[in-house]
Write a protein that binds this ligand. Structure first.
Ligand code: DHB
Length: 379
């Protein structure tokens, strides 16, 4: 997205992607776009398929105590919505746009090290069996949690804030019509579960499990039984099952590294921050970083102004911490913690009762879910 937006402003870039094109275009990940993320795709000319195939949702359901409660985004946020559109579809659209514009993307190009971050940055990378060097004005470290860029910041400068949760998500993709038109987040004695979707024929479901859960012990039948138990309502709602196409385990972590800039290198997305998946903020937060860096680089190349670049980290971190708070709150509210006593259990239920009965608290959820506003345009 950064490469695409910069190109539209006449700024060229080279993308080094460690995986193959097939891998990144197939790998199943999250699938909820904030309104601002979907708008950015549409405004920047990569939203045609999203507009055709994306599913616009105006609310979600919170389910607990055997009953569902709708959070009406449209009503609470002045008409805002989210779009269900898989992350790998976003990637396909962006790769296609860069390719059509003659953009340079090297696939299976593994960055090995970064150098001279204060002067003339260089990236050493391996591609096709050879080690090569890329000289650049700036490095955008969009290389994920396990990438090399964050660790190139000297340890005496880098500060880490972290929380690891004592549970994980078991996620499935299933060939079955989604049992609901909107996402359902469920809190149950046996743990959290989530019903989501990818299309009118494909469901995406998750259930809370142990972090060291062995996926081999989860037969399709066991997964459906567990989901059905957690999502059951007192009025007899039934989750339809179907063939499971894919399953996997997602660990849960909150993580922030600061500063998000060192010299002429900038960290974006998972390289700088991880959110637990509840609320689907990871991709959206990465795109928010992209907006800030695009704007800062434009100011630099157009006007020689460095203030945007100088404030990049602080600007991004304000949003990062608000989104961390929201993702932590959704996660804490909706999951069973090991050794939870009756006091904690009752607090979960009271929190859910409050958010589904107070307009003020429901608005707080809704405005975060659809995406907090941006202070500045991206270009
Ligand atoms: C999805 C993932 C999430 O983390 C979430 O909160 C909602 C939906 C999804 O993959 O569809």
């Amino acid at each position: 997205m950064l490469s695409h937006l910069l190109h539209l402003q006449g700024i060229e870039s080279v993308v080094l992607e460690s995986r193959s094109q097939e891998y990144i275009e197939q790998r199943v990940r999250a699938g909820v776009l904030e309104e601002g993320t979907a708008d950015l795709m549409i405004e920047s000319g990569v939203g045609a398929r999203l507009q055709r195939e994306g599913l616009i949702h105006h609310g979600i359901e919170l389910r607990f105590g055997g009953a569902g409660h709708r959070i009406d985004f449209a009503d609470l946020t002045g008409g805002k919505s989210i779009t269900v559109y898989a992350q790998h579809e976003v990637i396909k659209d962006l790769v296609a746009a860069r390719a059509a514009a003659g953009g340079k993307i090297f696939f299976e190009a593994e960055a090995v090290s970064v150098h001279d971050l204060d002067t003339q940055p260089k990236i050493r990378f391996q591609h096709g069996g050879a080690t090569e060097t890329l000289d650049c004005d700036f490095i955008a470290g969009c290389d994920g949690f396990h990438g090399i860029c964050r660790n190139a910041i000297p340890p005496e400068v880098l500060r880490i804030h972290e929380r690891v949760y004592p549970f994980a998500w078991l996620g499935i993709l299933a060939k079955v019509k989604p049992a609901s038109d909107e996402l359902i987040y469920t809190y149950h004695d046996r743990g959290f579960s989530l019903l989501s979707m990818r299309s009118p024929e494909i469901s995406r479901l998750y259930l809370q499990c142990d972090p060291d859960e062995n996926i081999a012990e989860w037969s399709d039948d066991r997964i459906w039984t567990e989901l059905r138990t957690r999502m059951a309502t007192r009025d007899g709602w039934m989750l339809a099952d179907g063939p499971i196409l894919q399953k996997g385990i997602t660990p849960m972590r909150s993580f922030v590294a600061e500063p998000m800039r060192h010299g002429k290198m900038f960290l974006l997305g998972d390289a700088a921050h991880i959110v637990p998946p509840t609320g689907a903020k990871g991709l959206n937060l990465a795109v928010a970083d992209v907006r800030v860096l695009t704007r800062s680089l434009l100011d630099f190349y157009r006007h020689g102004a460095t203030s945007g670049l100088d404030h990049y980290s602080d600007t991004c971190l304000r949003r990062v911490w608000k989104v961390q708070r929201f993702s932590w709150w959704m996660t804490s509210m909706l999951h069973r913690f090991p050794n939870e006593d009756s006091f904690q259990h009752q607090l979960h239920l009271a929190e859910l009762d409050y958010v589904t009965s107070s307009r003020a608290q429901a608005t707080a959820l809704a405005e975060n879910y659809v995406g907090l506003p941006f202070d500045e345009p991206y270009s």
